[in-house]
Structures are given as C-alpha cells and as structure tokens.
Design a protein around this ligand. Structure first.
Ligand SMILES: [Zn+2]
Length: 529
C-alpha cells in the first residue's frame, strides 16, 4: 500500500527566534536554513520580511535551497485595501517560494485585539490569500488561537479556515497559540475540521505549554492533518514549539506512523539528526539538553549493572529504538552501582582491548568506586573515565608536567576610576626537559588558569590549538566548612567532538585545574600526540 506523504514545516528561524535569549544574525539564519535543508525538511519559515533589517535582507538573498522557503506576515490590516498596506506589500515583494499569513480565528480576539468585525476579518483573509496566489506564491494561513477559537465559536473559526482554503491556500494551519490544548481535544477538533477542509490541506502548529506539543502534533496527524509545524530542539517562546527532533524519529521509527506515512527525511538524513540538534545548540551557545529524547547525550545511557550486561547481550532489551538510527550512541554509565559488565562495555566502546579475566579490570573498578566515594562522577565525565582506565591499564604517556601554578585575583580601580576584578594566572610547565612559563589574564581565576595552561605546551601546542571549553559546572558536594567542590568541564575540538572531564577538591581552583588537565591530556591522547 502506498504511504501517504506528511510534510514537515520548520519555524526555528521565525517562531524559534522568539525564544528568550535567542538572537539570530543573517549568517546564523543562512547556516541554519542550509542545515534544515540538508536534513530533508520540506518548508523553512525563515522570518518576517519588512519587519526588521535582518529578515528583509535574508529574503533579498539568493539561497539555493531545495526546501520551500517561506515568508511570514500578517493579512491585510482591517479597513485597508491590499494595495494600501505596506506590511503586505513587503511580504508580496520578498523573494520567497511561499507566504504564510497569520490571521485571527477566535471571535474574542477579533473583537478585542483587532477591534473589527468578524466579516472584516474574513474579508482580510480572502483578500490577502488572493493577492499572494496572484503573485504565484504557495499560500499558507496560520489560524491563530484556532483551538480556543473553535471551543468558543466553532462556526467562526471554521469560516476563517475555509475562507483561506476557498481562495486557494495550499495549507490551512491550525495553531494552538497559547499551548493549552490537550491531545484528545486536538484529535477531536482536527477530526471535525477535516470533514470541511481535506486533511491533505490541514496543518498543525502546537506550542508546548502543557509539555504536549509533540503529542498534540501526532494527535492531529492521527485525525487527518498532513503538515506538522515545529522547531529544532523545540525552540520557541515560553515553553517552546513542537520539537521536530522528537517528531521526526517518531514518524520514521514507530510502526503506526512509519507504515502509513512518508516524510522528506531519508534514513541517511535521520542519522544526522543528533548532530543537527547539537550544532544548533552550539550556534546558540547553549549546553545541549542531555535528557532530550532520541538526540540527548543520556537518551541511550544506562546505569545499573544488571541492565548493562543485558544490553551488551541484546541492546533491544532496554532500548526503544537503536541509537545509531538518529546518529546517537549507546552509553553505559560507570558509577558506584556499576558492575564489571559496565566497565567492560565502556572499555569496548572506547576501543581498549582487554581480556574479560584480566585482573586489572577488578583494580579499575576498585579505583572508580574509591574515587566516586570522594566525589568524582565518572558517569558524566567520560573522558576522565577513559584516562583513568588507560592509566590503570598503563597506557597514558606523560606529555608534560606542571611544575607550579599561581593564580591571583585582585580588585582595584582601573584608569577610568571603575572598580574592576582582575584575575592573573602564571603556569610553569616542563615539556621534554624544557621549562616554559606562560601568563594570562582572564575574566575569572579559572579562565585565567585555562588560558595560561593552553598558551604554550611547546611541541604539543599544535594538537590543542582547536581545543575550546564549552561548559563549566560547579557543584558543592556537602555543606559547611568541610565542603568538597566537584567541577565538570565540557570541551570541544575543531572536529566538533565533545568530551567531559571532572575534578574534585576542597579548593575550587584545584578541582578546576584537575578537570582542565584531564581535558588537555585527553585531547593529546585522542590526537595521537
Ligand atoms: Zn507559534
């Protein structure tokens, strides 16, 4: 039986740009659009031409994308003609393949927010869709607050959707704008809408305010909608939009959907999903959500020893889908609950060949348990675990020695009479009998130490030039004067590989130093220095 086509519409660059703290530049937008295009997304809604200089310029560029590049904007303003509305004119002039209009579909909003009549709202929808169709654009209408509107006055909400469809809109998109609808309501209402407008012309745009944007999107598909709008990593204002990084693998890997529907994302493209998700976070300078379904670092991480031994025998026993299908990987956590099987499995993953009966395995497990008892956390710090394992198995070269370091923090007035706090670090390193001294100022003591440590490692410098710290987390493990500090540092290199290292000490600088050292040594080991 031929499968029905479902269309994916990404609005990371438009609705996702509403996220608190997110501010895309023109280059960011172009890079993300290319990435979404390579992932196999059908529609990329990129912005609001005419509303700000970045979006206006974006829609003036040649982009060479396969996806339908979509401009977003409002229907004509009440009381104006289409030819006398500068916002609409900018939208019609923009170089886009499609135009997505947003219009009210809740009578209450029409009266209170637009201060106009229901008839004028319908006329505005008809006129705007007609004007865009005449300009040869594919047209979509986002029906704002559709579900609330439908509950308040179903006839009016449907009339708004129908007006756009009758004028030739390719898609009528039902929006849960405040994110308050629940899956069973969405399924019922979409089911009623598709008796009036064919489901092959109906889309769903869900927000995540009850954490059910993904469920609502899937409910809409079950009821007949054939376009899903969402964002990568669920970016979006408040609690975000429907997360395409969860929806795409569900559609591809779960039988009910995979057997009935086809999407533009191939199996090969699905394997790049985890990478795309992490790349977006990198561009936004946010630490990726470790617990994100499918793509998060912990999505396929297992802790307890008994589960780990079963996973090694037969992964399907504990995994709902194979991690490789979405470009993620299985991870067996080494922790104080761990048995020998976790350690063996982790050694195998790292590529360290050891015999099952090797007595050093028992020794490694003991060291891990001793160190975890004093605060180390190897389950989060895979790179520190690898170094520890290599050391116990006798396989880490001694690249360099830090003979001494000195960190000072000074608060004083600068030349402008402002109070400033300055951190300075001096590090003395011995590389191959050669003594090197580096000093650096940083915006804090750890930053200064990091910069000084990585400034000059003699003949190893070229191996660490692409090394960068991407996240720094501090945790105080027990209160009072006896407190111990655990520092976790996440690093990244020029290839995009990420790793985490750990340090523990009563002194935060010392704990940070251990984690920094592990990060550098790990990079040297990995680079074959
Ligand atoms: Zn929205």
């Amino acid at each position: 039986m031929p499968r029905e086509r479902l269309y994916l519409f990404d609005t990371t660059l438009r609705d996702g740009a509403q996220t608190n703290g997110v501010d895309f530049t023109l280059n960011d937008k172009l890079a993300i659009a290319r990435m979404l295009d390579e992932l196999g997304i059908d529609y990329i809604e990129a912005g609001y031409p005419g509303a700000n200089p970045t979006d206006t310029q974006l829609f003036a560029e040649e982009r060479g994308l396969r996806a339908t590049f979509t401009a977003f904007g409002m229907t004509r303003r009440p009381g104006r003609s289409t030819s006398n509305d500068p916002g609409l004119a900018a939208l019609l002039e923009a170089k886009s393949d499609a135009i997505c209009f947003v219009a009210k579909s809740w009578d209450y909003h029409v009266r209170v927010a637009l201060e106009t009549s229901p008839e004028e709202n319908l006329a505005s929808i008809r006129d705007s869709v007609r004007a865009a169709v005449r300009k040869d654009r594919e047209v979509l209408l986002d029906c704002e607050h559709f579900f609330d509107g439908y509950k308040a006055d179903a006839r009016f909400a449907l009339a708004c959707a129908k007006a756009a469809y009758d004028e030739g809109a390719r898609w009528v998109v039902l929006c849960d704008t405040n994110g308050g609808a629940l899956p069973h309501e969405v399924e019922r209402i979409v089911g009623e809408v598709v008796t009036v407008i064919p489901g092959s012309h109906v889309g769903i745009h869900a927000h995540n305010d009850t954490e059910q944007a993904v469920a609502n999107s899937l409910a809409a598909v079950r009821a007949g909608a054939r376009q899903i709008q969402g964002t990568l990593n669920g970016l979006g204002e408040r609690c975000g939009n429907a997360n395409l990084a969860s929806i795409i693998p569900t559609l591809k890997l779960k039988g009910e959907f995979a057997e009935r529907f086809e999407i533009g994302v191939s199996d090969a493209q699905l394997k790049t999903l985890a990478h795309a998700s992490r790349t977006l976070d990198e561009m936004l300078n946010r630490a990726p959500n470790r617990h994100a379904p499918y793509v998060g670092e912990s999505a396929f991480a297992t802790k307890a020893g008994i589960h780990a031994s079963a996973i090694m025998k037969e992964p399907a026993t504990y995994e709902h889908v194979p991690p490789e299908t979405v470009g993620n990987r299985r991870k067996l956590l080494v922790s104080d609950q761990a048995g020998k099987s976790n350690v063996l499995a982790e050694l195998e993953r790292i590529g360290l060949k050891v015999d099952r009966e090797d007595p050093r395995i028992g020794r490694l497990l003991e060291v891990v348990k001793e160190r975890e008892a004093i605060g180390y956390a190897y389950e989060a710090a895979d790179a520190s675990f690898e170094l520890l394992a290599r050391r116990v198995l006798g396989k880490v070269p001694s690249y360099f020695d830090v003979e001494k370091f000195d960190v000072t923090v000074e608060q004083r007035d600068n030349a402008l009479g402002q109070r400033v706090t300055v951190s300075l670090a001096v590090v003395k390193v011995k590389v191959d009998g050669e003594h090197l001294i580096s000093a650096a100022e940083g915006n804090g003591p750890v930053n200064a130490l990091d910069l000084a440590l990585r400034k000059d490692l003699g003949k190893y410098q070229s191996y660490i030039s692409g090394l960068e710290l991407t996240d720094y987390r501090v945790r105080i493990l027990n209160g009072g004067t006896e407190a111990v500090t655990r520092v976790l540092i996440e690093s990244q290199d020029e290839t995009g590989e990420r790793w985490t290292t750990v340090g523990v000490s009563p002194n935060i600088i010392d704990a940070s130093f251990q984690a920094l050292m592990d990060s550098i040594v790990y990079k040297l080991v990995r680079s074959g220095a």
